[in-house]
Ligand binder design. Structure first.
Ligand SMILES: Cc1cc2nc3c(=O)[nH]c(=O)nc-3n(C[C@H](O)[C@H](O)[C@H](O)COP(=O)(O)OP(=O)(O)OC[C@H]3O[C@@H](n4cnc5c(N)ncnc54)[C@H](O)[C@@H]3O)c2cc1C
Length: 422
């Protein structure tokens, strides 16, 4: 008798959602093909530390093939997904098509500029490894430029760093940048007057960290101000040019560095692939994480839009991880001829670090600030980083930074053609 062939599951994206789905599928009677445009998984929660010259790019990424080594039913393809034909069940890569029986789309999110003029052209987004490297190179070049510039106005413009968005990424990056300026760079650039250097954090809402408890929001704001960060709330950016940020109230800040952390949306490709996208470019899924009308197609992670208790699930790593695993389990159920189950998010808490010895954390109904929250943040991030070597190197870098007030990595990395462009 002919042996029935095993179903093939194609997973698009080796981020948190896709990688955890592929791992969970190792227990299923299916062949898995994981596709990503990069041959590595990026631990995005530490990306801001690459941009702030605290960690090397290699410390926060891990090769996908190494992760898949122990999974005999899984393979990897380094490719860009260009198109998906849902009726013929084909995923089109550069120059070839791959057939699937089940498809998990975990392509993640992109920066959302909310129509702010000049945003896409002149702001620095912080969503991918290359964006993190580019931002770090640019910041270090600003200091090199300021070190030999006799014009005070130009110097101040080079040394003014504006961060747009007072959510977790904006707060973490503002803290890390203030620390970079305050200690390691003052040693490197003895001729620069650091009174001319500014880190400005702009938030359109009433306070930083919208959605966090009042006590934690107040702590974060207070602590950043004590670190020298100029925190401006109810500040809405209207326009960004190569040399300034304009606010809705008519004020203007001369700067060559605007870091955009104010908004995210589902990857724009989801629309061109023909997925039903709604608010924020995310795909509204059924509670089972399937796409309506396509029981063999799942969307997970940042790209998926699903509400619980009337509120959309946040675009964070634990949601993506849990959804990736859950989609894999539902596919295993379908293969066995059983009905898929609805997804339920188990929220274990959220945390944001602000700088040395300072963080805020909300865990199981309890909130923490200061040193205890910072220790929790440190342990959770170290534990979740993939790969023992990466953990060790990150730990060494953090210890170096903590005890010596030094950043181990302050290289302007090669690879950019036009240093003036973002
Ligand atoms: C700077 C930053 C800090 C963050 N900090 C935290 C934090 O502290 N805690 C937290 O919980 N969350 C944090 N997040 C959010 C968290 O990283 C995301 O929620 C999570 O990564 C979503 O997982 P995902 O699998 O949906 O997408 P991603 O992890 O973004 O993975 C998407 C993958 O799809 C690939 N891909 C996309 N399109 C294609 C295509 N067309 N072809 C091939 N491959 C493609 C990408 O290369 C990528 O590898 C942070 C995010 C950022 C950007």
């Amino acid at each position: 008798m002919p042996v029935p062939s095993r179903p093939r599951v194609v997973v698009v994206g080796a981020g948190f959602g896709g990688l955890w789905a592929a791992r969970a599928l190792s227990r299923s009677p299916a062949d898995v093909l994981l596709i990503d445009r990069n041959n590595y998984h990026t631990f995005l929660p530490l990306l801001y530390q690459v941009a702030a010259a605290e960690l090397e790019p290699g410390d926060i990424v891990y090769p996908v093939r190494s992760i898949l080594r122990g999974l005999p039913n899984a393979d990897f393809a380094l490719a860009e997904v260009r198109r998906i034909n849902f009726s013929e069940r084909l995923v089109y890569l550069d120059g070839r098509a791959v057939a699937y029986d089940y498809l998990i789309i975990a392509a993640g999110s992109a920066s959302h500029f909310f129509g702010v003029a000049g945003g896409p052209e002149f702001a620095f987004p912080l969503k991918t490894l290359d964006q993190g490297i580019r931002l770090r190179n640019h910041i270090l070049r600003c200091f090199e430029g300021a070190a030999h510039n006799p014009n005070p106005a130009e110097r101040r413009r080079l040394l003014t760093f504006v961060i747009v968005g007072g959510g977790p990424t904006g707060v973490e990056f503002a803290g890390a940048l203030a620390e970079l300026l305050r200690r390691p760079l003052t040693k490197d650039y003895p001729r620069i007057n650091f009174d001319e250097a500014r880190v400005i954090l702009l938030e359109a809402a009433e306070s930083l960290l919208p959605g966090f408890p009042d006590r934690l929001r107040a702590y974060a704001q207070d602590h950043l101000r004590r670190m020298g960060v100029e925190v401006r709330v109810r500040a809405t950016v209207d326009q960004i040019t190569p040399q300034a940020t304009h606010l809705k109230d008519g004020s203007l800040t001369p700067t060559e560095t605007v870091v955009w952390t104010a908004g995210v949306r589902g990857v724009p490709q989801a629309e061109t692939w023909g997925l039903p996208t709604g608010r924020g470019g995310r795909v509204a899924t059924l509670p089972t994480l399937q796409v309506a009308g396509h029981p063999e197609v799942y969307v997970v992670g940042d790209l998926a839009y699903l509400e619980e208790a009337g509120r959309p699930l946040p675009m964070v790593a634990p949601v993506a991880i849990q959804q990736g695993r859950f989609a894999a389990e539902n596919i295993a159920r379908q293969i066995e001829g059983r009905e898929p189950l609805p997804f339920r998010y188990r929220d274990r808490g959220t945390m944001v670090t602000i700088g040395r010895n300072a963080a805020v954390a909300q865990l199981g109904g309890r909130s923490f600030t200061g040193f205890p929250a910072w220790l929790i943040w440190l342990s959770v991030h170290l534990f979740n980083l993939i790969g023992f070597r990466n953990r060790l190197i990150v730990l060494i870098n953090w210890a170096w930074d903590y005890f010596l007030y030094e950043r181990a990595v302050r290289l302007i990395l090669p690879g950019e053609v036009n240093p003036a462009s973002k």
